[in-house]
Design a protein around this ligand. Structure first.
Ligand code: HEM
Ligand SMILES: *[C@@H]1O[C@H](CO)[C@@H](O)[C@H](O)[C@H]1NC(C)=O
Ligand SMILES: *[C@@H]1O[C@H](CO)[C@@H](O)[C@H](O)[C@H]1NC(C)=O
Ligand SMILES: *[C@@H]1O[C@H](CO)[C@@H](O)[C@H](O)[C@H]1NC(C)=O
Length: 323
């Protein structure tokens, strides 16, 4: 039987976790190897097609996994639409008019429901999608852990209230926000390398390019030219997070920080005379070191409070709870 192994190992893991007193089973590398061996092929082909249409989509998909994991763990909560009984996370400040790629996740889910109905969670789809997006744009690989289950609710107030740090954050706030989900300052600086791809809106970088002093003056002028100073006008105008190679996953993000060309206030915090400067310098000159640290930190981020065993559910449609 296709699904007997995950259930057996889930049972075994839960017997062990009862003995050790923890409540959740472990994620595993081969969770779907019997129940849905097609999972990687399906995700990869949809992700590659989406990135072929628009390179930025790889960035948007990576960010969805981050925003999922930081709010009540990696449980697919970011994908839920609003309902009569709860408010979803999509209109929370970090996501409103910003989080994107939901249609790509829908397509993956639709294709997976055809080949292995009711088997692959939306939370796992996000984790695999993040990996395949990074690889498609030239970044490192990691062995993704699987077996997450999906939440039956979302948490607007957590998503809105600082679980995901705003771009105005100080280094101390950033460190504390990552610490709150069990990630170290070192892991944070590696994960921030995600900003080697993708774009931000004027509203996210306006204050930095007009009012901060730790910014290259010509870079500030360039970014001001497409971001009017008063809020309301041009809020949605986009600029690349990495000015050099916006659609290649590499270490230019860190090189930019050394030249004071970080787009967000929060980006430049990692190279402004504080404790993280040496790590930025290391990654700027050592792509192998960055790749290894980023990969390891992605696995760790993917391990934030997953639902496992009999908790949660496998959603049939990532946008809504089963009924
Ligand atoms: C360190 C704390 C972080 C802060 C303060 C932060 C903040 C932001 C902001 C403000 C944007 C632009 C949103 C917009 O204007 O629409 C953004 C975009 C992005 N973030 Fe982060 N972020 C952080 C960490 C991360 C991490 C850990 C990842 C993934 C590993 C990540 C991946 C991305 C990507 C790929 C984009 C571009 C998305 C797109 O083009 O659609 N960020 N981030
Ligand atoms: C989200 O954005 C829309 C469109 O700009 C806006 O009307 C709405 O008030 C925003 N929602 C929240 C919760 O800020
Ligand atoms: C939502 O998140 C807040 C923390 O911001 C927490 O106190 C609350 O228990 C969470 N609610 C649910 C339903 O998980
Ligand atoms: C810059 O700072 C001044 C003084 O605090 C403030 O009035 C102005 O709104 C700020 N401008 C931007 C674009 O943040």
């Amino acid at each position: 039987m296709a699904y007997s192994r995950p259930i057996f190992f889930g049972f075994l893991a839960c017997t062990l976790c009862l003995i050790s007193g923890t409540s959740s089973a472990q994620l595993t590398h081969n969770f779907y190897s019997e129940s849905c061996p097609q999972v990687f092929g399906v995700v990869t082909s949809v992700v590659w097609a989406a990135i072929a249409r628009e390179k930025r989509m790889g960035a948007s998909l990576l960010r969805l996994h981050f925003h999922d994991c930081f709010v009540n763990g990696c449980d697919g909560s970011v994908l839920l639409d609003d309902t009569a009984t709860f408010r979803g996370e999509k209109t929370a400040a970090p996501n409103n008019n910003s989080a994107r790629g939901f249609e790509v996740i829908d397509t993956i889910k639709l294709n997976l429901e055809e080949v292995c109905p009711g088997v692959v969670s939306c939370a796992d789809i996000l984790a695999i999608t993040a990996l395949k997006s990074v690889v498609a744009l030239g970044g490192p690989k990691w062995t993704v852990k699987l077996g997450r289950r999906d939440s039956t609710t979302a948490n607007f107030s957590a998503a809105n209230g600082g679980a995901i740090p705003p771009p105005t954050s100080s280094l101390t706030t950033l460190i504390n926000t990552f610490q709150a989900v069990g990630l170290s300052g070192h892991e944070m600086v590696a994960l921030a390398g995600g900003h080697t791809i993708g774009k931000a809106r004027c509203t996210s970088f306006r204050a930095h390019v007009y009012n901060d002093s730790n910014i290259h003056p010509l870079f500030a002028t360039l970014r001001q030219s497409n971001c009017p100073p008063s809020s309301g006008s041009g809020d949605e105008n986009l600029a690349p997070l990495d000015i050099v190679t916006p659609a290649r996953f590499n270490t230019h993000y860190y090189k930019n920080l050394i030249r004071k060309k970080g787009l967000l206030h929060s980006d430049q915090q990692f190279y402004s005379g504080g404790s993280t400067d040496p790590q930025v310098e290391l990654y700027a000159t050592n792509p192998v070191s960055f790749g290894m640290d980023f990969a390891a930190a992605m696995v760790k981020m993917g391990d934030i409070r997953p639902l496992t065993g009999a908790d949660g559910e496998i959603r049939r449609n990532c946008r809504m709870v089963n009924w």
